[in-house]
Design a protein around this ligand. Structure first.
Ligand code: SF4
Length: 326
């Protein structure tokens, strides 16, 4: 059984609606279906505004879906209850500094989830915090330090320890290395790999940086304007990307400073306004391979042994299309 399953998941926000303008709908997540197996690292990539962080918030139970559902071990997320979801699914966010209380010590920050949930007595909690600090590579002497006395890498280790102290099963990592120096990024990625093996964790790993995702993910889902446009095993996706958007993202990895900010996708046209997405295939204004019908007919998802792709190039039934060799 899949540990997590998203079925036709949707999240629509209403925006605008002032005195002179009507309200509009923003489909941040627009019909995402994905399954995550136990022990897997599912990478989720795409540019800013593609909906990946909204998806993360829904997985954490922080944002209710407006359509579809999320199943955790076969049961709807809502049926588990908020505390149970928090126990089993934990986040690690991008900026460790803003996610840590500057007035609390390292020990208090890591121990807070144990305290909030009333787990054991103070001595047992302290033992667990110290164990966790050792596991993430934080020296015991840092127990009484404050976040501003730590390096960026140490702060992210504190955030990781806090997320894992109650031993969740799923960790939603939302750009966990993008605020760190390049030299520290690989240390944190290797730590996350080691912890996954040691604690039997499952990761949903969100990033705009394919190079980072290649390092850690077992499968990769590529997201564009709220939809998954390609899903494949990591090696396969990097060996032979199929969707034109995936190919553009991969080229962006080859820019001189990978991992810094939103990648330059070399696509010419800017990322569309999510409130006013293009008709047909939402990628068509930027697609170097767009065909006549791409601007009016939205592509469905084609599945085969290599994964899934949503592009007319892989559907033979439409006029002018030619199914690509797999
Ligand atoms: Fe490009 Fe058409 Fe495929 Fe969209 S459906 S990615 S526009 S070829």
């Amino acid at each position: 059984m899949n540990l997590i399953e998203m079925r036709d998941l949707r999240c629509t926000f209403t925006v605008g609606g002032g005195m002179f303008a009507g309200s509009r709908s923003l489909h941040a997540v627009n019909g995402v279906s994905l399954a995550v197996a136990k022990g897997e690292v599912l990478g989720l990539v795409g540019e800013s505004g593609c909906g990946k962080s909204t998806l993360a918030r829904m997985l954490l139970g922080l944002q209710p879906p407006t359509g579809g559902e999320i199943l955790l071990e076969g049961r709807p997320l809502a049926a588990h209850g908020r505390l149970a979801v928090a126990r089993r699914v934990q986040p690690i966010f991008q900026d460790p500094y803003s996610s840590l209380n500057p007035r609390k010590t390292v020990g208090a920050i890591i121990g807070l989830p144990l305290e909030v949930h009333g787990d054991e007595d103070a001595a047992a909690r302290r033992r667990k915090v110290e164990e966790m600090m050792a596991l993430v590579g934080l020296a015991p002497r840092l127990y009484h330090n404050y976040p501003n006395q730590l390096s960026g890498g140490q702060r992210q280790r504190v955030a990781i320890a806090r997320a894992l102290v109650r031993r969740p099963e799923v960790v939603v990592c939302d750009e966990p290395t993008s605020a760190l120096d390049v030299s520290v990024q690989s240390q944190i990625l290797n730590l996350l790999q080691d912890l996954r093996r040691e604690l039997g964790l499952t990761y949903v790993f969100i990033s705009h940086n394919l190079a980072v995702v290649e390092h850690i993910a077992t499968r990769v889902a590529v997201m564009y304007l709220g939809r998954i446009v390609e899903l494949a095993a990591t090696r396969e996706l990097f060996r032979a990307p199929r969707h034109p958007y995936t190919r553009a993202l991969l080229e962006s990895v080859l820019t001189p400073e990978p991992g810094l900010g939103v990648p330059d996708t070399h696509l010419g046209a800017a990322y569309p306004n999510p409130i006013d997405p293009p008709p047909g295939c939402a990628f068509h204004p930027r697609c170097p391979e767009a065909m006549a019908h791409c601007s009016s007919v939205a592509p469905g998802v084609s599945s085969d042994s290599r994964g899934e792709v949503a592009c007319h190039l892989y559907v033979s039934s439409l006029p002018g299309s030619e199914r690509r060799a797999s």
